[in-house]
Structure formats: C-alpha cells, structure tokens
Ligand binder design. Structure first.
Ligand SMILES: Cc1ncc(C[n+]2csc(CCOP(=O)(O)OP(=O)(O)O)c2C)c(N)n1
Ligand SMILES: [Mg+2]
Length: 561
C-alpha cells in the first residue's frame, strides 16, 4: 500500500487480495481511477485489461470457478452495464465475483453537474438497481464505513456464493480509511457460515437413517459443492460410504468419472448410458448433494422423473425430503458430519468405466464431429480443464467419460454464448495444475473472440478448438425451417490470433483427419498456446423432424399437452 494509512480503494483491493486472489479482470475508466491505481499499486494483484467488460465478467466467472473467488473492475454506467450479462451468469451459476465500480465524486453530485456516462438528468444512481440485481449484496463505501462494510460483503458473498457490488465515489475512494484495518484469511481457511447445532444434529441423523434403511442409494453431487469449497468433504463421504453417483450435465466431472462408483450422466431422456434414467428413478433413495438444477437443458426438457418421496436434497442451508425440511444448517457441516459418521459401504462391483471412444476416420477423410470428439477425448490428461461452450459441442462432450483429474466447465443454466472464450482465459489463469482446453462453436466465438488478443498479451497457453460449421448449428437443429438468420459471417478463424498480436501461437486450420491428428500432436508438445480451427460440415446441422421438435417444445413442457 502507498502509505501507512490506505485509501478506501487501496483498502478494498488489498482486503480482497487477502482472500487469495492474484488478478483483477476489467477495463479501466476515469471514475474508477482510484480502484484502477490501487490495483496497479498492489503487488499481490495483476491487472488483466480485457477487451471489454462483458469479456472481463466472463473471465472473472471462469477464474472464480477454479480459485473460488474473483475481482471484476469496471467503470460507472457504461462499464458496469456492459458487464451485467456476465455478472448475472455468475449469480445463476453461484460464483462469488466481487464487482468493484468507481462512481462520480460526491462533489460533482452535490453541485448537480451533468457529467459523462449519465442520462444527463442529474441523477447519479440510475444504474445502481441494475447492477445490484446481479449481486447478492452491495456496499456504498465511505472512509468510515469501508472496514465494516468489506467484512459484511465478504461474509455474505461466501455464505451465499454469489457476486457482490461494491462502489465508491471518486473523491471518497482517494481518502484514507478511518479505523483499524482487518487482515483477512485466504478463503480455504474461512468458515463461510454456521449451523444451528440442534438442527444440524437432527438433519444428519435423518440422512443417516434414510441411507441406512435404503437398499440402493444413488448420489447426484453438484457443481455447487465445488463452488462452496466443500469438495473434499464430499469425496470423503462418497469414498467411505461407497455410494454410487451420477451427475447432471451442469455438474459433470465435479468429482472423478474414472471411478467404479461413477454411473454416468443423468440428463432425463438423454441420460448416458440410456439405462441410467431408469436406474436413478427406481432407486430407493436419491441424494441430491448441493441442489440439482432441474432445468430444461440439464434434464433434456424436463424429462427427469425422480419421485419427491425418494429425493433427499442436501441444499444450500437446508435439507429436505418431501415435506420434511431442516433449516438453519450449512452444507459444510452436514457433509462433515456425514463423512465422519456414515458406515463404510461395501465396494461396488462395477468395473472401471473408463472408455476410449474409437478413433473413427481415415487420414484423408474430411474432419467432422464423428472424428473430432474421439481425438479430443484421447488427448485429455489429469490436470486439464475442458471448457465447453453452449452449442452442439456440449451435447457431444457431455457423455464422454473423462480421465481422473480432468475438470469440465460449462455454463448450462445461464447459457450465454460467447462465455466460454473469456471464461477459458480466467480458468487458464487460475488453473495451476494443467492445461486449459477450450472447445467452442464458431458462432459463439464470434461474440467474444477479441479476448484472444488479451490472452496473447498476458502470455497464457490455452489450447483452443474452434468448430467451424459456418452456422449457429444447434439453433438450426431446433428450427423447423433452418432459417437464414442462423448463417454466420465467414471468418478465417486460424488467422484471428495472428491479427491480434499472438505471434508465438501455433495456429492452424484442420480440414482432414490427418491435419487434425498433426495439429493435436503439435498442440500436445508445443510450449505455447494453440488455436486449431476444425472444419465441421454445415450439413451435420439439419433441422430435427417436426415430431421431435413437438416433443421438445410442447409435450414436455409441464402443464401442456
Ligand atoms: C448471448 C446469447 N445469444 C444468443 C443465444 C442463442 N443461441 C444459443 S446456441 C446459439 C448458436 C451457437 O452456435 P455455434 O457457437 O456456432 O455452435 P454450433 O451449434 O454451430 O456448434 C445461439 C445463437 C444465447 N444462448 N446466448
Ligand atoms: Mg457453429
């Protein structure tokens, strides 16, 4: 910090850095200069200046998925509003992103001066409600409230696992704080919330009894377990109990898929293997650990059917089975109690489900989904994180059984295309264990491809596959006519990194299986970023037959015939 007494802005960024954050994603702006300068001056934080605020928000989302928490810095009005879609996505996916925003000084406000980034109406809080909506809690800082306010918002962000909105007028941001600064702990050492002891004991007892009296129990662990920082407790519980588990697409690979107890992906009528739907829906007891999102894309249009009398949810601050509900309890305590007290279960007889997809295709064959995905699967190894965009790539990658230690990140619920490219940047910066491999459709990539230049600037080394089918393929499939609005502007994708200054990147277009094999081999050994454009026939994306579309859109919407 610049002086012994930090300014409000310096205090904020340093207090957040205490949580174990080493970068800030954002775009600077004059109202934010107090924050921008404080970030620059903080030797624990690196400024990652993104191509725009939406990209920055997606990158902060990605970084928080691996690191547990992140910082996004934008300027008043024009900046914060551009970030909103991304921050809202982080809210829906339950990620604590601290969104810090500088505002016009209170001197400007008191004089009622018309100033830039406003509506010219002399109102300075027009955007507050919009930004607040994307967060679980907000703070309006002054020199004398900043210490307490930071403790409050950090606590709430971690308790609720959602974004926070923090703003300060420029003049106040540059003033020294009043009071005694707090030196915080890294998130791994913070107890995020506490349970009522009696409710906790009753809920654990209830769960143990249900498991004890069930002949076959199946667990559905969720991504939220990782977000809440209690993955190790989940692993202890499942390892000790030997309860078999599956996940929904949104929760894929939250724990290892290379385990005899792993059953597959529960996705309603598209479950993988197909028999898994019946296996889960006929189980005596299904343990929803963290709160499964029974959403259309996560259950193939609500074709899930688990009787509520057999579904035991270990939720965020509650446990529920039918009408029995325990409240005032937190997941970490419930899982810790279960891990400690569950009886050891017999080892499963199931065989290790690791399956390598057959490598289809002759060297001269044109590239296609049929020959691309098995090759993608083959290159994966422990430490890798696969980041997959919304689009046809998600349907192909969801059923893949991933090797031990391979992570999988997607934005199933919020589903904002363009997310994956900047999110891969944030994930790559947080992922110290291995490679970050992005798979994106071309249409999605066009929304946020300018972030490639930022990746080059900060010298990160992702492996990027852009699937060029020249169409919004998945939309075309879902449309009965295959409309022209799903066609794309033709880009020469493999030239994009070069144009954006990524001079040392390995960039190539693969049109045949031989070219794809050579590209993957090079990416596997190259000490640098790789960008591989894979040609996929547009003809793969044919509209689904009307009968199937009717099934998707009408028959399975609850309450409709
Ligand atoms: C921000 C946003 N805009 C529009 C959509 C609607 N949408 C969903 S998937 C998709 C097309 C994706 O196409 P592409 O990335 O090329 O993947 P493909 O299916 O062709 O492999 C669109 C436009 C969305 N989900 N998010
Ligand atoms: Mg496409």
């Amino acid at each position: 910090m610049a002086s012994s007494i930090p300014t409000v802005a310096e205090y904020v960024v340093n207090r957040l850095a205490d949580l174990g954050i080493d970068r800030v994603f954002g775009v600077p702006g004059d109202y934010s200069f107090p924050f921008d300068d404080a970030i620059e001056a903080c030797d624990r934080l690196e400024w990652i200046v993104c191509a725009n605020e939406l990209n920055a928000a997606y990158a902060a989302d990605g970084y928080a998925r691996i690191n547990g928490v992140s910082i996004l810095s934008t300027t008043y009005g024009v900046g914060e509003l551009s970030a909103l879609n991304g921050v809202m996505g982080a809210k829906s996916q339950r990620l604590p992103v601290f969104h810090i925003v500088g505002a016009p000084s209170t001197q400007i406000q008191r004089q009622n001066l018309i100033t830039h980034h406003t509506l010219g109406d002399g109102v300075y809080n027009n955007f507050r409600a919009a930004s607040e909506l994307a967060c679980c809690v907000s703070a309006y800082l002054t020199p004398d409230n900043v210490i307490e306010e930071m403790e409050r918002v950090i606590r709430e962000a971690l308790r609720l696992c959602q974004p926070v909105y923090i703003t300060v007028p420029m003049d106040l941001g540059r003033m020294p704080i009043i009071g005694r600064p707090v030196k915080g702990l890294p998130i791994s050492q913070i107890k995020r919330a506490q349970s009522d002891p009696a409710a906790l004991e009753a809920s654990i007892q209830f769960i143990l009894e249900k498991i004890e009296s069930s002949k076959n129990t199946i667990a559905l662990p969720t991504q939220f377990i990782a977000n809440f920082g209690v993955l190790e407790l989940l692993k202890q519980f499942l390892n000790k109990s030997n309860i078999p588990y599956a996940t929904t697409p949104m929760d894929k690979a939250v724990i290892s898929e290379a385990n005899p107890n792993y059953l597959g992906i529960y996705n309603g009528m598209s479950s993988s293997p197909t028999s898994l739907k019946a296996t889960i829906e006929s189980a005596d007891l299904v343990l929803d650990i963290g709160g499964v999102v029974f959403e259309d894309f996560n259950t193939t249009f609500w074709t899930d059917s688990i009787a509520s009398s057999r579904l035991l949810t270990l939720g965020d601050q509650f446990v529920r089975m039918g009408n029995t509900i325990f409240t005032g309890i937190v997941l970490s305590d419930v899982l810790a109690g279960l891990a400690q007290r569950i009886s050891s279960g017999a080892k499963s007889n199931a065989v290790d489900s690791q399956i390598q997809l057959p490598l289809a295709g002759e060297p001269t064959d044109p590239t296609s989904s049929a020959n691309f995905y098995p090759r993608l699967h083959k290159m994966l190894k422990a430490g890798d994180v696969l980041v997959v965009e919304t689009g046809t790539c998600i349907t192909h990658t969801t059923p893949m059984i991933l090797p031990d230690g391979v992570g999988f990140q997607t934005q199933t619920l919020w589903g904002s295309i363009g997310w994956a490219t900047p999110a891969a940047e944030g994930i790559c910066m947080a992922n110290k264990k291995g490679r970050t491999i992005l798979v994106t459709g071309d249409g999605s990539h066009q929304l946020t491809a300018n972030e490639i230049g930022v990746m080059g600037r900060y010298d990160i080394k992702p492996i990027i596959f852009v699937l060029n089918n020249n169409i919004y393929g998945v939309e075309n499939v879902l449309s009965e006519i295959g409309p022209s609005y799903d066609n794309l502007a033709k880009w020469n994708y493999s030239q994009v990194p070069g144009a954006m200054g990524c001079d040392s990147w390995f960039c190539v277009r693969a049109s045949t299986v031989a070219e794809l094999d050579a590209a993957i081999e090079k990416a596997n050994t190259f000490d640098g970023a790789s960008y591989i454009e894979v040609m996929i026939p547009t003809s793969e994306s044919q509209p689904l037959p009307m009968s199937v579309q009717n099934q998707i859109y009408k028959t399975n919407i609850p309450g409709k015939e």
